[in-house]
Write a protein that binds this ligand. Structure first.
Ligand code: 2NL
Length: 390
């Protein structure tokens, strides 16, 4: 991270693009955009005013003057060129007005006695000390009868929240978190997991290839392999992170999604430990009324393998409903005992150790727990959706 968030939305970059490219079409959009610019200006002025000695401060101010007010390439100039000229007629007066205000603020701010502060209301206050003190006191007096400006407070993203809730449950069982790269070698993503060259999962219908030896990981399992390479048992880890599959988007699919996988390897780990762990986790995550069911399944990296269902959260498996397709059960995650063939890749002694692993889709868990109907909502950044997670 940079020390200032200016780099995330640099003023000079913003004004290089047209309003259309920025997706600004109306007065509220314009208002937000100019408010952002104004904030950036004040940040930059504030930083310059902190410089010392005096010569450094003068230099910083001079470069800000060129940057904001420069006649050829200045930001104010670029707004005229890139926003005002091509703007729809009905927006032009508002742009002109805000532009003039911004120019004036830049000019005032660059006068030598500039100072910047943040009032208790959260509003930036600016002005030269000289100018302020020479004006009648009433002009600058803080009017405490004005309503304050409410700052919009952000919320934790629902996927982050789900990952945190999942993690906290596994922390209580002694697990820790491991993370690894989103871009992986085919060795870690496939070979080391017992997925042979001719397996359909490797097809470029299913996998994004960067080059023939490199993919966007299709699951977070490679991180477990990397962890086992680094340390001998006991291992108890969960691995949250992004995964990628070449899927067409719909209400339940996205080409990028999140997984939490888990791995426990130790002496004497049995299928009973796997069942107990996942039953505990699912009751802690969804509520104590939830029952679990393990059905035989297949994964290349576990043997035996199982699919885990929970009793339907909506009808309680009593009646059957639309969500559980009248079955009373909801399919949730996959798991199994780590196939001993994997241990030879990571130099574990398969005669001494055994373990279990599991994998779950975070979006799927979050959709069920928080009642979200469309996976795409997680990725659209619509504040009307996100603010419901306060
Ligand atoms: C699913 C199934 C699963 C695993 C993931 C795993 C990782 C290692 C070794 C063995 Cl390193 N297994 N992961 C095991 C079983 C199932 O995910 O349907 N996930 C959404």
């Amino acid at each position: 991270m940079e020390s200032s968030n200016r780099s995330a939305s640099d003023a000079a970059d913003l004004v290089e693009r047209s309003l259309e490219e920025l997706g600004v079409r109306d007065a509220p959009g314009l208002e937000a955009l100019f408010t952002q610019l104004q904030r950036l200006l004040h940040e930059e002025l504030g930083e310059a005013s902190q410089k010392s000695p005096d010569t450094a401060r003068q230099e910083a101010r001079e470069s800000l003057r060129v940057r904001w007010l420069g006649r050829k390439q200045g930001i104010v100039r670029s707004i005229t060129e890139n926003w005002l000229r091509s703007a729809p007629v009905e927006l032009k007066p508002a742009i002109g007005q805000r532009l003039n205000a911004l120019r004036e603020e830049a000019e005032n701010g660059l006068k030598s006695n500039y100072r910047v502060g943040i009032a208790d209301t959260g509003v930036y206050t600016t002005g030269s000390i000289a100018a302020q003190s020479s004006r009648p006191a009433a002009v600058d007096a803080l009017d405490i009868t004005l309503p304050g400006r409410r700052r919009v407070v952000g919320v934790e993203h629902p996927l982050r929240r789900a990952i945190r809730e999942i993690s906290e449950i596994f922390f209580s069982l002694g697990y820790s978190v491991e993370e690894g790269p989103d871009i992986e070698s085919t060795y870690y993503n496939f070979e080391a997991l017992n997925i042979p060259e001719d397996h359909p999962a490797r097809d470029d219908q299913d996998t994004f290839y960067v080059d023939p030896q490199t993919v966007l990981r299709t699951h977070t399992s490679p991180v477990q392999i990397r962890t086992m390479e680094k340390q001998q048992p006991p291992v108890r880890i969960i691995v949250p992170g992004r995964a990628f599959r070449h899927d067409a988007p719909d209400a339940t699919h996205a080409a990028m999604f999140h997984q939490v996988e888990g791995l426990a390897v130790d002496s004497n780990i049995t299928f009973a430990d796997l069942k107990g762990t996942l039953d505990y986790f699912l009751k802690a995550f969804f509520g104590p009324q939830v029952r679990t069911r393990f059905r035989p399944s297949f994964f290349p990296f576990t043997e035996p393998s199982a699919e885990v269902d929970i009793s339907c959260l909506f009808c309680g498996a009593a009646t059957g409903c639309r969500i559980c397709k009248q079955s009373g059960w909801i399919e949730l995650l996959g798991c199994g005992m780590v196939d001993p063939a994997l241990y030879s890749h990571v130099h574990y002694d398969a005669s001494k150790y055994s373990g279990f692993a599991f994998g779950m889709g975070v979006e799927r868990l979050a959709m069920l727990k928080y009642g979200v109907q469309d996976i795409q909502l997680f990725f659209q950044g619509d504040l009307r959706f996100l603010h419901q997670f306060r």
